[in-house]
Write a protein that binds this ligand. Structure first.
Ligand code: BTN
Length: 326
């Protein structure tokens, strides 16, 4: 009920009478009044004026399910939402839910994580209230080796959302870090549960630094946040909603082809490494190459000084710029 009242107030932008809310929602005046009070308790500023009705004056920066549902324009992303004040890791939560029959698109989102995880076994700092720490569940009918593209598609969703909402020049550091002005804004951790040749489920975890105004010493030089880049507080729920829309758009195309062929041009247009020198680091060597773009399966195509090209698979190596992180 809270959700429906909120959606109607947002849609209208002005006053909505109690009568109209009751009629459209098919409930009593008391039910509407209770829903309005519950919204106020969650931090929404709602004005009630006799003979005119209710008007939404301000929304708090919350990631509650009702706020997200009122903004999401998706078919399946975020149909089900689990909100946590704190959780160990939203990726862990999605895995637990997946084992108990969670539906595709289930979104777990937390104000803070006590054991946020990054790639390569690193920890991911997830302070309360300042970021978007979320994971969602996919059940794709593809082979495990085709799943590498999902990480790239998630990166495209974040990039498109940040550009659309804030006009910031977000770029992708292959395969899936999002950078703004050379600093890391977002990390993506995709985890697969496989059974022989098929995928049981995929947990896609995304951490976006949003309203952080400082970072711990060890990452200060290479991390950034949306606040640091645009110097104003940013609505986290709008970024999530925009991400959901763009992720669904790109993922639909990816699942039709089961590869990146029709997404390549858009992905490459955001690729920070494109046509620049990168260092490819694997277990025992470092080599310097020029990054040209990506293959249909999402590998990074690099060229050596003699013009020979080679495709690099994500996960097998790490890549950094010649003069620093990008
Ligand atoms: C990276 O190392 O760059 C990936 C970081 C991924 C962090 C996100 S935050 C939400 C989700 N839950 C986790 O424990 N990790 C991911």
């Amino acid at each position: 009920m809270k959700e429906k009242v909120l959606s109607m107030l947002k849609e209208s932008g002005g006053y909505v009478s109690g009568q109209e809310l009751c009629e459209r929602l098919g409930v009593s005046r008391t039910a509407v009044w209770k829903a309005v009070n519950a919204l106020k308790e969650s931090g929404y500023e709602i004005e009630s004026v006799r003979n005119r009705g209710y008007k939404l004056k301000d929304s708090p920066d919350v990631l509650l399910a009702e706020e997200l549902h009122s903004l999401l324009k998706t078919e399946w992303f975020g149909r089900d939402i689990l909100y946590f004040e704190t959780v160990d890791s939203t990726n862990n939560e999605i895995k637990r839910q997946a084992e108990h029959g969670g539906r595709e698109g289930l979104l777990a989102i937390a104000e803070s994580q006590s054991a946020g995880r990054g790639r390569h076994g690193r920890m991911w700092q997830s302070p309360a209230g300042s970021g978007i720490w979320m994971s969602f569940l996919l059940r794709p009918d593809i082979m495990p080796e085709q799943a590498a593209g999902i990480t790239l598609v998630a990166a495209m969703g974040v990039t498109a959302a940040v550009r659309e909402e804030l006009g910031l020049p977000a770029q992708i550091k292959w395969p899936n870090d999002i950078v703004v002005n050379g600093r890391k804004l977002t990390g993506i951790l995709v985890e697969l549960s496989t059974d022989m040749e098929c995928i049981n489920y995929v947990a896609v975890g995304i951490g976006i630094n949003v309203n952080n105004d400082s970072f711990p010493d060890e990452i200060r030089d290479k991390a950034t946040s949306l606040f640091a880049e645009c110097r104003h507080k940013v609505s986290r729920s709008r970024i999530v909603a925009s991400f959901g829309k763009h992720f669904e758009r790109c993922y639909k195309i990816f699942m039709e082809d089961k590869d990146m062929r029709r997404l390549r041009v858009e992905y490459e247009s955001a690729l920070v490494n494109r046509n620049s020198e990168v260092i490819i680091i694997d277990a025992d060597a470092e080599k310097r190459r020029k990054a040209l773009g990506i293959s249909d399966s999402g590998e990074l195509i690099v060229e050596d000084a003699d013009g020979n090209t080679e495709n690099i698979r994500a996960g097998e190596v790490s890549v950094r710029g010649v003069y620093g992180y990008t």
